[in-house]
Write a protein that binds this ligand. Structure first.
Ligand code: NDP
Length: 436
């Protein structure tokens, strides 16, 4: 390996890149990593982490409403948006610094700046040319931005004040989560989606429950596929309205532009994502890619798994291919939705003979507050083998419940396994073992 400056050069200090760099160094490789913005990438800086902090803050308004039903008198409630943003920023800065420190402790050379490829084994950064036996591209993705006066989630985290009237375009993860966040703080939110139900691709009963949840939370949901926007004046289905803020949440694109991938001969697919195999290897044998830039499954834990597997494969003497199967995921709506495995339509389309078990009930948590909200649980079972194919849930704590259930489902749980499990009473999760 002596002919190269380093064994591995990682471009991108987000979830996938950082994990790959750290684990490779721990396996004894000589590693350098470059990041042009802040350490931690989308998840830490402008994604999962600040989003979850905002969700916690926003959900407090529901907790206050429910507390009144439990006998609390709560008066003079107000919220200081700027204080929240400042507190969020302190936490993000702490985490970002911890990422960089942890890399350095593992012996990784940490470089701030924009790296580009000169050829299949050479990176150029800040006037330096660094040769590497292997190069990992982990540059993530960027929010898609329509022309006009739209912000994206990038700016939403740092608004100087909370606008009164907000329109959100897109009914995916980000649109749904931010509609709830803003509405929880008292903004008037309109979510515009080109279908009657949000969250395309999720199980139909989850889509229906989450759409209902948005309306119950005071969000106006408009189904419209021909929105006309003139600045902050929007026209949907013939009705024109003014907003103070227009936010687009219409998907993210792989960040492959301007990296010099063409100089190294790296192939992209039609969406501009780097094409890789199950080893995260591109068509160029020395160049690999993990995370959102590959357009596989754009979720943080997936990027982390891909990065870790790559380091194990290249330097840990442990060849680890990646199979994107049974990945749990959650949409942090209020209440949240969480899911693992196949939807009912997907299971049927794949030729399974399915049995569906459902539970719909008002959780005990709302017995006294009177909140009119139902938990939805849907279990998809393969009739011939009794194996659980999918589990879908909308309700308080559903991400926590699905993560725990994911262990059993990944192990190959059958419906009979669920049936012989004792219930933990009273809980919401006990319904999983009481489905009949
Ligand atoms: P999504 O792909 O989840 O949703 C995009 C939404 O925008 C869809 O409703 C889509 O509608 C709509 N859309 C797309 N193009 C247009 C258009 N031209 N005009 C109008 N509407 C349009 O993307 P997000 O931006 O919400 O999130 C990006 C990704 O980030 C997610 O897919 C997810 O992988 C990840 N993420 C994960 C989170 C989590 O794990 N909790 C949280 C946030 C993001 P249609 O359905 O009709 O195509």
């Amino acid at each position: 390996m002596g002919q190269y400056d380093v064994d591995l050069f990682v471009i991108g200090g987000g979830s996938g890149g950082v994990r790959a760099a750290r684990v490779a160094a721990e396996h004894g490789a000589r590693v350098a990593i470059a990041e042009e913005h802040r350490w931690g990438g989308t998840c830490v800086i402008r994604g999962c982490v600040p989003k979850k902090l905002l969700v916690y803050a926003s959900e407090a308004s529901r907790a206050i409403e429910d507390a009144r039903g439990h006998g609390w008198t709560i008066e003079g409630v107000s919220h200081d948006w700027a204080a929240l943003v400042a507190a969020k920023e302190r936490e993000i800065s702490r985490l970002s610094a911890a990422y960089s420190t942890r890399l350095q402790k593992a012996g990784v050379e940490v470089i701030t700046g924009r790296a580009t490829l000169a050829d299949a084994n050479t990176v150029v950064i800040a006037g330096r040319r660094i040769t590497a036996k292997f190069i990992l591209i982990a540059t993530g993705g960027r929010a898609r931005r329509p022309p006009g006066k739209w912000i994206t989630s990038d700016e939403a985290f740092d608004l100087p004040a909370l606008p009164n009237r907000i329109a959100i375009l897109g009914g995916g993860y980000i649109g749904v989560e931010f509609a709830h966040i803003f509405a929880g703080f008292g903004a008037r939110v309109t979510l515009i989606h080109r279908d009657t139900h949000v969250l395309r691709g999720f199980d139909p009963e989850v889509r229906e429950a989450v759409t209902r949840g948005l309306v119950a939370h005071g969000v106006e949901v408009i189904a419209c596929d021909k929105l006309v926007a003139a600045g902050h004046t929007l026209t949907a289905n013939g009705t024109t309205f003014e907003v103070d803020l227009a936010m687009a949440a219409i998907g993210r694109d792989p960040a492959t532009a301007g990296l010099g991938l063409d100089r190294a001969g790296v192939a992209l697919d039609g969406r501009g994502a780097i094409t890789v195999d199950e080893w995260s290897r591109t068509n160029v044998p020395s160049i690999y890619a993990v995370g959102d830039v590959t357009g596989r499954v754009p979720l943080t834990p997936v990027a982390i798994r891909e990065g870790h597997a790559l380091a194990d494969t290249l330097f840990g003497n442990r060849p680890t291919p990646i199979r994107h199967h049974l990945i749990p995921t959650a949409v942090f709506a209020q209440p949240p939705a969480a899911t693992i495995g196949m939807t009912e339509p997907a299971a049927r389309a794949a030729g399974h003979e399915v049995v569906v078990f459902r539970a719909k009930f008002r959780p005990m948590r709302y017995a006294l507050s009177g909140r009119d909200e139902q938990v939805v649980i849907k279990l998809i079972v393969d009739r011939p083998t009794d194996r659980v194919l999918g589990l879908h849930m909308v309700g308080p704590d559903s991400p926590e419940i699905i993560q725990a259930a994911a262990i059993a489902i990944t192990m190959g749980a059958t419906k009979a396994d669920l049936d012989r499990t004792f219930a933990l009473h009273p809980s919401t999760a006990e319904e999983l073992v009481l489905l009949r």
